[in-house]
Design a protein around this ligand. Structure first.
Ligand SMILES: [Zn+2]
Length: 246
């Protein structure tokens, strides 16, 4: 009997040890990325002279991005088909558009995402205007991500960049306190040269690469900033101890 008890005790001890070891080697949880291909369904977005419809290219770039990210991150999409996210079909176009944007904005909170990127293509009166434009939610992390995205666009595509701008007017970027959130306008459909490029599989992949690299770079930067802060805190603690011991 005694021997059985000892064996039982050992078995329990080993199980507890194994369990705690398993817990300690659990890998870091994957970051959640919310990708939003702009427009969809009744809302086509910008249309070019050669009849490129923005919503289709936004989705193509977004799906390429999802493919690049899916092994490293938990990817959530606002849409993966040609649909709008409005609630009721009987409402007018303006109301449907607002419901659609509000529902996309709600997904930023509901998905508990660590980063949000909305993919769009731009238009302008003058056909000469080209390049990317990044808008960001009015918080520090969004500003950091926007600046990385803007730099990488220049480095990877060689295209024209603009200074990223904070934007509180767009429903989708409203009242986001900490989540890094941006609208990435990847080019101008009103510029013939960019319109042609944006229609190629190769350039769409390049834009997906720009966003992928920027997401990777952003999390590396944030981690190093957090390490710096904790090092400074530790140094402060050490000097406090010294003062106290004196
Ligand atoms: Zn758009």
């Amino acid at each position: 009997m005694k021997r059985i008890l000892i064996l039982l005790f050992l078995a329990t001890f080993i199980t507890i040890n194994l369990t705690s070891n398993l817990t300690s080697i659990t890998p870091e949880q994957k970051k959640i990325i919310l990708i939003d291909p702009g427009h969809g369904g009744f809302d086509g977005g910008a249309v070019s002279k050669r009849k490129t419809i923005e919503k289709f290219l936004n989705l193509k770039i977004a799906l390429k991005l999802k493919d690049r990210l899916k092994d490293k991150y938990d990817v959530v999409m606002t849409r993966e088909d040609d649909i709008s996210l409005h609630n009721k079909d009987k409402d007018g176009i303006k109301s449907k558009k607002q419901q659609d944007l509000a529902n996309r904005r709600k997904m930023i909170d509901d998905s508990n995402c660590d980063l949000f990127v909305s993919i769009h293509l731009n238009k302008f009166d003058s056909p000469n205007v080209k390049g990317c434009q990044v808008y960001y939610a009015d918080n520090e992390k969004s500003k950091i991500f926007a600046s990385i995205l803007n730099e990488n666009f220049g480095a990877i595509t060689g295209g024209k960049r603009r200074v990223p701008k904070p934007n509180q007017a767009y429903i989708i970027l409203k009242n986001i306190e900490t989540t890094p959130s941006v609208i990435f306008e990847g080019g101008f459909l009103t510029n013939a040269e960019e319109d042609a490029m944006l229609n190629t599989d190769e350039y769409q992949s390049k834009l997906a690469e720009v966003i992928e690299k920027s997401i990777d770079d952003y999390f590396i930067k944030i981690k190093s900033m957090e390490n710096d802060t904790s090092n400074t805190t530790n140094e402060n603690n050490t000097s406090n101890t010294t003062i106290m011991s004196n």
